[in-house]
Structures are given as C-alpha cells and as structure tokens.
Design a protein around this ligand. Structure first.
Ligand code: NAD
Length: 503
C-alpha cells in the first residue's frame, strides 16, 4: 500500500503539467493546441477521473503536420546513417531515464498493471536501440547480375509516413512503428489513440530533446474519424502504418485509395492455444493463463481460444478455473495487481455483453463475468467452458480477460477448429510430439506460431498476421521493406545486340 501511495504521489507530479496545459500537438518542433482550439477529455479507467484535456485536431492540423514532415524529409533522408543511429540511441537513453514516468502514466491512462508496463517502457527503448543499429545499413541493396547487365538494387526511404496506433500498450507499439521509420530515413506524423494520449506526448518530447530535427516527428492528437481519416487521405503522406481493429483497417484502405497509399496493417486476432494430451501440462497451464489474462487480455496476440483435448479437459478446466479465481484484480499501480481496469466504459460494456452472449449461446460460465466495484472499469477474469466453434464467443474478438474453451477429440478436429475463424494472427501449440508440432504448425493459418511457449517477441523475426489479422510484417528488415522503396539500376556490361526497328 505504501508503494502504491508513493507511486500515486509521483504520478500526480507527472500529471500536473498536463492538467495545466492539456495534452498538445507537436508540429514542426512546436507545441501547439488544435487549430480550432477544441479539446476532448481523457479520463482514467481506474476511477473515471479527468486526466487532462487533449487537443482535438482535424484536417487542418494534419495538413500542417504533413507539410512539416514533407519539408523535413529531404534533410532527414540525406542524414548519414551513423548520425541517425546516434540520435535514435539518444531517444532510447531518454526513454530509459523517464521509464518510471512513462510506465506510471501508461498505467493510469490505460489501466494496465505496473508489473507489465514497467517492462514495456524499457522494451520501447530496446526497440529504438535495435533499429538504431540497423540505420547505417538500411539502404543496402543487392547485386543481381544477368547475362548482359549488372543489376544493382538500392533502397531509399519512401517519404513522410503516417503512424496510427491503438490504446492497448500504446507506448510500446508506437516505438515499434516509429523507430524503424526514422531509421529508414522517413519522417513521421503520429496519430495516437484518443483513449491513451499521454505516453505518445512524452515520447515525442523525448525525441525532440534528443535532437531530432524539427518536422521529422510530428504528433497530432484527435479522433480517428477526423484526424486519423485526414492523415490517411493526405497526398503528402506516402504510407500508413496502422495498428487497430480489422474494420478500421478496411476503412483506411478505402480512405487511402485515392492517393494510392501503401498500407501496413496489424489488426485483430482470435488466437488459438491448442493443448494436446501429451503436453507438459504444468507449463501449458501457466502459458494459457498468462497469454489471455496478462495485459488485461487487451492484447492482439492473446490466446483467447483454448482448444483442449477431450481426454484431459476435465482436470485442466478444474485447475484453470481455480487459478483464474485467484487472479488479483486491482489498482494498476499496485505491485500485486495482475489485472487492472479495462480502457473505458464503451469497451467495458462490450466485454460484459459477451458474458450474456456466451450464456445465451449455451456455453458454461466457469469463472468471473462480473464487475468488480462500482467505480472504474474492473471485471473479474472470465472463463467460459463447453463452447463450440460456431458461438460468437469463439468467433469474435472480445479483447478482454475473457477465455473461451472448446474441446477436441483428435488432431484433425483441433486443426479445423483452430482455422475456423476470420482471423490469423498467432497460434500456440502444446505437444511433445515434434512431428505433430511440425505438421500442425504447417497447416495452421497464422502469421506467428509458438510451440511449447508463450509469446516471446524477438525483434529480428517477422511479426504480423494473415486473413483478417493484417497485411505486411514488422521486425528486422521487414520493417524497412515497408518504409522504403526499392530501385533497380541495370548497367549494360558490353555491346549486346539491341533489336533494331525502323531500319
Ligand atoms: P481502433 O481501430 O478503434 O483504433 C486504432 C486507431 O485508429 C486509433 O488511433 C483511432 O483513432 C484510429 N482510427 C479510428 N478510425 C479511423 C479512421 N477511419 N481512419 C484513420 N484512423 C482511424 O482500434 P483500438 O480499439 O484502438 O485497438 C484495439 C484493436 O487493435 C484490436 O482489434 C487489436 O487486436 C488490435 N491490435 C492489433 C495488433 C497487431 O499487432 N495485430 C496490436 C495491437 C492491437
């Protein structure tokens, strides 16, 4: 409790300036309110109190930011790779220095527990360091000789890009998107989610203080339908890197069509964790719980569908229910808290509505499904058993601490159920039969699969989904593929015969 009070005291001092000035934009190196002077409120999901008022930007503000990004592009693109590397490392240093402030603000703004956010802030710094080190070689190409030509490929940054992020772990995700863009030599206009603007502002300040030239990184707050839409339609913005819901991805594709936007989408998921009877049950149980109840279940890669072999289902469900019952729901800044409040009322209502939907569809509510307290958006971690694949709780992304369990008899049935959704982001597989693991992973429709493991992100590997879960990949060189254009130059190596017309 003392620790919680100390943290609350520190949080208050971090928030004081935002209460006074509001959360403003950063355009061309200048801190600015929205052109209209309008603002909206951001409130804490912990107690619904006002955190600060936020600049409510629209197309005019986006236009100013896009023009600044366009003007800064030539200079930043021409900046030596080593210099870009040094600045990105300085940003990482700034993140480390302010990691506690970032984590506290993130907990208060999003409801995520301290135990996860304190690490997420530091992972944000690691994202910058990883791409900083890749900056000097970002443009490296290939030499692809053909019989008469020496083909030389090179890469160059695509131009000013738009980055649109969601409210779940917004800090970490923003660093993941913005760091490779800057390392590639692109300039950025970032539109963070309206429900979690705090850490995006801190991040932009850190970048500014690290010596990033004006206009290279612009922050514009606002709603998706106005500011977000304007960003996707702006002719000076060459590509949109978007993380959010699948239906928003569809809208962005339409909005960006007239200006032929390149898009990278990281969208929703309804990821299966498949547990076979030959698995290491202790480890599988830990991983099943961790992958749906950590981060409040507000995680695109959460294993929201448990597929459990019928022969072990009874015992597994009993042990699972007991552990879920013991999960500590509480104040996100408390060390003991494992699950905090959901981001906001609309989302809380959505998650709660699935409790009724699950019951009506005939699944068994084995745990949770109730509100905790009468202030803030806390919900008891929820477990439905006895579900079938056609039920809505087995098909739709709930995006909360909400697990749907379905039993299967054999491998074929498990695979059919696992693939029977519109999404295909991740899959988790628990078996000690290596041949089955290979066979199953090969047939599973997902962009990323972990075998006998929880989700552990390794930055050089490709991250992204198939089907309605996304288009494109992040990580390592895949990030540069998106943020850069390829150019091929073919040099004739001799006097090869050219077809002669009109002679
Ligand atoms: P959302 O789609 O509602 O909003 C995401 C962002 O898009 C916000 O900044 C919002 O303002 C903006 N936006 C909304 N409408 C827009 C429009 N018409 N044009 C341009 N921008 C617009 O998503 P959310 O509720 O904030 O986030 C949760 C979703 O994100 C979940 O579906 C989750 O699975 C997904 N997600 C996916 C990944 C991944 O890597 N695949 C990672 C994190 C979150």
């Amino acid at each position: 409790m003392t620790e919680l009070n100390t943290r609350l005291g520190m949080l208050e001092s971090h928030l004081a300036r935002f209460r006074e000035t509001g959360i403003l934009n950063l355009i061309n190196g200048k801190t600015l309110p929205a052109l209209s002077g309008e603002t909206f409120e951001t409130c804490s999901p912990v107690d619904e109190s006002l955190i600060a008022r936020v600049a409510m930007s629209n197309a005019g503000d986006i236009d100013a930011a896009a023009k600044a990004a366009k003007a800064a592009f030539a200079g930043w693109a021409a900046t030596d790779g080593d210099k870009r590397k040094a600045i990105l490392h300085k940003i990482a240093d700034g993140i480390v220095k302010r990691a506690d402030e970032i984590a506290m603000c993130e907990c208060w703004d999003t409801g995520q527990a301290w135990r996860f956010m304190s690490k997420a802030a530091l992972r944000g710094a690691e994202n910058f360091r990883f791409f900083a080190d890749m900056a000097p070689s970002a443009r490296d190409g290939k030499s692809l000789p053909s019989p008469n030509h020496m083909n030389i490929t090179s890469r160059s940054p695509i131009g000013p890009v738009g980055v649109i992020t969601p409210w779940n772990t917004p800090f970490m995700l923003s660093t993941w998107k913005i760091a490779p863009a800057l390392a590639a030599g692109c300039t950025v206009v970032h539109k963070p989610a309206e429900f979690s603007p705090l850490s995006a502002r801190i991040l932009a300040e850190i970048a500014h203080e690290a010596g990033l030239p004006d206009g290279v990184w612009n922050l514009v707050n606002g709603h998706g339908e106005t500011a977000g839409k304007a960003l996707t339609e702006h002719p000076d913005i060459k590509a949109i890197s978007f993380v959010g819901e699948s239906r928003t991805g569809s809208m962005i594709m339409k909005q960006g069509a007239d200006t032929l936007k390149r898009v990278h989408f990281e969208l929703g998921g309804k990821n299966p964790v498949v547990v076979f009877e030959d698995a290491d049950i202790e480890r599988a149980l830990d991983a099943v719980i961790f992958m749906i109840y950590s981060l409040n279940g507000e995680r695109c890669t959460s294993s929201s569908r448990l597929l459990i072999q019928e022969s072990i289902a009874g015992e597994f469900h009993n042990r699972l229910a007991e552990r879920v019952r013991n999960i500590k729901v509480g104040h996100p800044l408390d060390n003991a808290t494992e699950v905090g409040p959901l981001i906001h009322k609309t989302h809380f209502d959505k998650v709660m509505s699935y409790v009724e939907i699950g019951r009506q569809d005939g699944a068994v509510l084995a745990e949770g499904g109730t509100r905790v307290g009468d202030k803030g958006w806390f919900i008891r971690p929820t477990l439905f058993t006895g579900a079938s694949s056609s039920m809505r709780i087995a098909q739709e992304e709930v995006f909360g601490p909400f697990l749907t369990s379905i039993t299967f008899r054999n491998e074929d049935e498990a695979l059919a159920i696992a693939n029977d959704v519109q999404y295909g982001l991740t899959g988790y597989l628990w078996t000690n039969d290596v041949t089955r693991a290979l066979r199953f992973s090969n047939a599973l429709e997902a962009g990323m699969i972990w075998v006998n493991s929880e989700n552990v992100r390794h930055l050089p590997t490709p991250f992204g989904g198939v089907k309605a879960s996304g288009i494109g990949r992040d990580g390592g060189d895949w990030s540069f593929e998106f943020y850069m254009e390829q150019k091929n130059i073919a040099f004739a190596m001799g006097n090869h015969k050219i077809q002669r017309l009109g002679v």
